[in-house]
Design a protein. Structure first.
Length: 187
């Protein structure tokens, strides 16, 4: 029996992304006085919601790593593999090194996850068809532009938490769409 790497990759990417989105929403609801505008997403990784958020983002990163490897087995795209692996490692690092970790490890892991998540979205255009390839490029571009604005402390009226979500949500939405594309493919 031949393994369908596309379906396998898509399923892992979907499950990892889906569980992370749900865990983030649950953590936001449970975190006392949490504001999506004022609080960083990573605030969910400390205090009473830490066990939910950190476990979930580590699972997300591990599922991204599994998915990236099986996507590589199917499509043999080295640059895409590298960006997906780095995004997965960054996500795992965010969970292992929550806010306040020494040597700014949390900040470094967040930057790696954001940057390479956005680049993965853009580079996926080589293995998908219209219109999703255009949508994927757009999601990655929004993430990268928002990341630059975030680094420059330009939040507009969104606040730091809102701008951080403009970085993260396009990556998560792309991952859901891309995973559906993979699961629907025949090869």
């Amino acid at each position: 029996m031949k393994i369908n790497y596309s379906k396998f990759s898509g399923a892992f990417l979907f499950l990892g992304t889906f569980q992370f989105i749900i865990a983030m929403i649950v953590s936001e609801a449970l975190y006392p006085s949490y504001s999506i505008s004022k609080n960083y997403i990573s605030d969910l990784g400390i205090g009473g919601t830490a066990y939910i958020f950190n476990t979930s983002i580590i699972i997300f990163g591990m599922f991204v790593l599994i998915s990236s490897y099986t996507i590589f087995l199917k499509f043999r795209r080295h640059q895409f593999l590298a960006t997906m692996i780095l995004a997965g490692v960054g996500a795992i690092g965010v969970g292992i090194f929550p806010e306040g970790s020494p040597l700014n490890l949390h900040l470094a892991m967040s930057l790696i996850a954001f940057l390479f998540g956005g680049l993965s979205s853009i580079l996926s255009y080589k293995i998908i068809k219209l219109p999703l390839n255009f949508i994927s490029i757009s999601c990655g571009a929004i993430t990268l532009i928002a990341l630059v604005l975030y680094i420059l402390n330009v939040y507009y009226s969104l606040g730091p938490g809102g701008m951080e979500r403009i970085i993260v949500y396009p990556i998560l939405l792309w991952a859901i769409a891309f995973s559906g594309y993979l699961m629907a493919s025949n090869g």
